[in-house]
Design a protein around this ligand. Structure first.
Ligand SMILES: NC(=O)c1ccc[n+]([C@@H]2O[C@H](COP(=O)([O-])OP(=O)(O)OC[C@H]3O[C@@H](n4cnc5c(N)ncnc54)[C@H](OP(=O)(O)O)[C@@H]3O)[C@@H](O)[C@H]2O)c1
Length: 228
């Protein structure tokens, strides 16, 4: 299939585009920094910002499906994720592209009650801004006429793919660490097999959340927000 990817230069995005390419999918990626892609990669790159509706429209036109992996990185307003997603939804409706898969976070919507208390505390304090933006993003997607799926992962790591993860709507799991490679694999499975249409599954592992993992997560978030 031809797949438009937003956030293809990010840590999950690089995994997803690599795996999608290996599975024979064609990728169109909107990016502010085309140099991030290795030369020779079989990706159609559209240089631009997701805050520019015309650039988003040019990325989406003619594709079979869209995958949104946007995150708040440097040189962005606080509401980058919801504003960018609004442009994506509008462009998809304009070009009659129906299938949208979006990566958000565990702790949103119905998954709030399944995450441990310290994740709820972090979401309500240091991550409050970020989570409010993602909550708006989820609302926009759910209110659209699209065939959407919202995937809510636990804490992302850069470990290799394991293939060992759990997913489901309202599954009783904590926000255990999950490699981005596994997340990418799951997102492609959802897209290829038309799974979870109009649903928001959580995606995580049954691994324990230990102190080093929490420390990595907390410092990662602080660094990202400080570098904004
Ligand atoms: N870290 C975690 O543990 C965790 C846990 C659960 C969920 N999540 C969520 O999962 C998603 C993916 O995470 P990640 O760590 O893989 O993402 P990431 O590395 O932060 O990548 C974010 C992507 O969004 C793109 N982007 C940001 N602003 C843009 C703009 N104005 N125009 C075009 N592209 C823009 C970035 O491109 P540029 O290179 O141009 O900035 C980058 O490709 C995020 O929504 C994140 O919040 C993360």
């Amino acid at each position: 299939m031809e797949l438009a990817v937003f956030g293809a230069t990010g840590d999950t995005g690089r995994e997803l585009t690599a795996q999608a390419g290996n599975r024979g999918h064609d990728i169109r990626a909107l990016t502010r920094s085309p140099a991030s892609f290795s030369t020779g990669s079989a990706i159609t790159i559209i240089q631009g910002n997701v805050l520019d509706p015309e650039a988003v429209s040019a990325t989406v036109e003619g594709v079979d499906a869209v995958c949104c992996l946007l995150g708040r990185t440097q040189n962005n307003p606080d509401d980058i994720v919801s504003r960018g997603t609004a442009h994506i939804v509008t462009a998809m409706e304009r070009h009659c592209v129906e299938r949208l898969v979006v990566l958000t976070s565990m702790g949103l919507g119905g998954s709030m009650c399944t995450v441990p208390w310290y994740v709820r505390l972090a979401n309500a304090t240091v991550l409050a801004d970020l989570m409010a933006d993602k909550a708006r993003q989820e609302e926009q997607v759910m209110q659209s006429e699209l065939d959407w799926t919202i995937v809510r992962p636990g804490g992302l790591t850069d470990e290799p793919r394991t293939g060992e993860y759990v997913h489901g709507v309202d599954v009783d799991v904590n926000a255990g660490p999950i490699p981005r490679a596994d997340v990418a694999e799951f997102l492609l499975w959802v897209l290829e097999n038309e799974q979870y249409v109009h649903e928001a599954p959580s995606l995580t592992t049954e691994r324990d959340i230990d102190i080093p993992f929490l420390w990595d997560q907390a410092t990662g978030v602080v660094q990202r927000l400080a570098g904004r």
